[in-house]
Design a protein around this ligand. Structure first.
Ligand code: ADP
Ligand code: ZN
Length: 613
């Protein structure tokens, strides 16, 4: 049956019962005989009446023969007036005993309307409210849990068995080193305050999903042995305006009460998005919540031993106000685990699993490039599940390797699996990028080549500047463009034609060439900047360009761009034809391992040196 209908019936039933009870109270079952006042006067005159008790408007009459009766008088008139008006015999009346009592019945007569019109609706309303809360609670949205931040609190004492320390976090060495200071402050705040040192208030943990941001934050609390209040940014964004900010207030109050403590805000980007960047969203809930966080952080006293850790994987979209000094002014980047970290993570998560002798975490780690800590925890768990399903008593290496497949093909991972042929093409494409870059002048070393699909790209080649370079030369730019073209050039050399996989490369190469000519003055057109950029302030992005040059110049710009692209293309072709053997080798390794890290890539390059090793 429809639950709403059921409730409705229930409410009606309650109404009927309550109504029945009241009517019983209001009309007592043994109603005494009623007499009219005229009759009463007659009886008094005849000397039949012994006593009249007046309570309110009711007259209780007792006759000489002990019979009783009731009569009513008008409100406002006194009994004496009433009887006089009806022509009572004064002498007869004097024999009657008249008592005036506080209105006993009056109590009911004003209580009843209150009960019926006041309390009863409240009861009904309350019942409705109660059932709605119950339903809301069982559902996903807790609509009526208005202002309490649903912080999960792991108290200092309450860490108990769950207590997580840095030992439980594999890898992330640099992040841990930075956080040691925070731990020390939480443990010995006086030491720092005595020095007049400014203590960091907010620390931003930046890293992709599953790298261990939450884990690390909990470890900080565990190391310092302080309460850990955890909320998720998305929990603040509720359906009612004002709820989010009230929750923030509540959260900070709780934290201050149990100071020193740690507040952990997961998914900070859910609230901390750049204000005003969304089209159509003005002063909305998110903004109010964000403002409240800023207000609370600014209102911290120096002595408040509360430190806020926040996690995000999109630091780029955060509101700049959040990153100002005194707020989240520290940024700690968590890198995805490398081979050694992966091995260590596997070991941590297999601690209490019975392992067979042949288990080799190194091999598992080597086979799981790109896996996050969470993925690896999942692998260890899947391996145990597979073992249990086969009724074995120890987890073998085979289960671990099977578990990799399982996690890899898991529903939410790797949207884009390559076929064998696609994989080969992608391998040559990426190898092309890497080799052109390596053998071009003024380039950054290749850090990583991967053919694991990421977002739209089938693969990627990662170059990281060895040192921060702010200024670039034309040679450097040409090399960069050649590198971008290296992908499709390699495809052409190997397979005779290119695929659509290179379209993004081409767009980026053309844009770069165009900027070379128009912005950097690096062409035969000379040292002139062409085109005025219009920045659209509300989007924070430039979206249009004003042309401030003639049609003729436009033509020449196109020619120059074309020349630059051709030059870069020639460079890429020459390199790849000369290093054909290396190209084959890198591509083959990529097909096998899917990811080549810097050391291995450099080994191939050195070992090969153009000849087959
Ligand atoms: P995030 O908050 O970055 O999305 P979590 O901290 O929730 O990721 O990590 C999810 C799980 O993955 C953790 O509970 C832990 O079991 C595992 N994990 C992630 N990184 C590590 C690591 N470096 N060492 C050990 N376990 C890890
Ligand atoms: Zn490419």
């Amino acid at each position: 049956m429809n639950p709403l209908f059921k409730n409705f019936v229930f409410v009606i039933l309650i109404l009927l019962v309550v109504g029945g009870i009241f009517s019983l109270l209001y009309y007592p079952a043994s109603a005494p005989t009623e007499t009219s006042t005229t009759q009463l006067v007659g009886d008094i005159n005849q000397g039949k009446v012994k006593k009249i008790t007046v309570s309110g408007d009711t007259l209780d009459i007792v006759y000489n023969n002990d019979k009783t009766a009731v009569s009513m008088k008008e409100t406002g008139t006194s009994v004496a007036d009433l009887l006089n008006n009806l022509g009572v015999n004064k002498e007869a009346l004097q024999k009657v005993q008249i008592d005036v009592k506080a209105a006993k019945e009056d109590l009911w007569s004003w209580l009843t309307p209150i009960l019926i019109f006041g309390i009863l609706p409240l009861v009904v309303f309350g019942f409705f409210f109660w059932t709605m809360i119950r339903q809301a609670k069982s559902g996903a949205v807790q609509v009526f849990d208005f202002t309490k931040a649903k912080a999960r609190i792991f108290g200092a004492e309450g860490h108990g068995k769950e207590k997580i320390t840095f030992k439980d976090v594999a890898g992330l060495k640099e992040a841990k080193e930075e956080l040691v200071e925070i731990v020390d402050f939480l443990k010995f705040p006086k030491k720092y305050l005595a020095m007049g040192a400014k203590i960091p208030r907010g620390v931003l943990l930046v890293g992709s999903a599953g790298v261990g941001k939450t884990l690390l934050a909990r470890a900080v609390a565990g190391e310092a042995n302080v309460p850990f209040l955890s909320v998720s940014g998305s929990e603040f964004v509720e359906m009612f305006v004002g709820v989010g900010s009230a929750r923030v207030r509540d959260l900070f109050q709780t934290a201050k009460k149990s100071s020193p403590s740690i507040i952990f805000i997961d998914e900070l980007d859910a609230i901390g998005r750049h204000r005003g960047a969304g089209i159509g969203g003005g002063h909305d809930e998110r903004e109010q919540t964000l403002n409240q966080i800023l207000v609370e952080m600014d209102g911290f006293e120096k002595e408040t031993g509360v430190i806020i850790l926040a996690a995000t994987n999109r630091p780029d979209i955060l509101d700049p106000a959040l990153l100002r000094p005194g707020r989240f002014d520290r940024k700690i980047i968590l890198d995805p685990p490398d081979v050694h970290d992966r091995e260590a993570i596997l070991a941590i998560h297999s601690k209490d699993k019975p392992l067979a002798k042949d288990v080799n975490f190194k091999e598992v780690a080597e086979r799981t490039p790109g896996f996050s800590g969470a993925d690896l925890a999942n692998v260890a768990n899947e391996a145990a599940l597979l073992t249990a399903r086969q009724n074995k008593t120890q987890v073998d290496q085979k289960e671990f390797l099977d578990a990799i497949e399982k996690v890899l093909l898991g529903p939410e991972r790797r949207s884009h699996l390559l076929s064998k042929k696609e994989k080969e093409i992608a391998a040559f494409h990426e190898a092309g990028h890497a080799l052109v870059s390596t053998f071009s002048p003024n380039t950054e070393p290749v850090r990583k080549i991967s053919i694991i699909a990421r977002g739209m790209a089938a693969g990627y080649t990662l170059q990281v500047p060895s040192e921060e370079k702010k200024m670039k030369t034309k040679t450097g730019f040409i090399s960069e463009i050649a590198t971008l073209l290296g992908g499709c050039t390699a495809e052409k050399i190997k397979f005779g034609e290119m695929t659509t996989g290179a379209s993004n490369d081409l767009a980026r190469a053309s844009e770069l060439a165009r900027r070379l000519v128009k912005e950097f003055g690096m062409s035969s057109l000379g040292l002139i900047a062409f085109g005025e950029k219009n920045e659209m302030v509300f989007l924070g992005k430039e979206i249009s360009e004003q042309r401030n040059y003639s049609e003729k110049i436009a033509e020449r710009i196109d020619e120059e761009v074309d020349m630059i692209i051709k030059e870069a293309q020639k460079q890429a072709e020459q390199i790849l034809i000369k290093k054909k053997d290396l190209l084959d080798k890198v591509a083959k390794t990529l097909v096998e391992k899917e990811i080549i890290e810097r050391e291995e890539f450099e080994k191939i390059i050195k070992g090969g040196n153009g000849k087959k090793a």
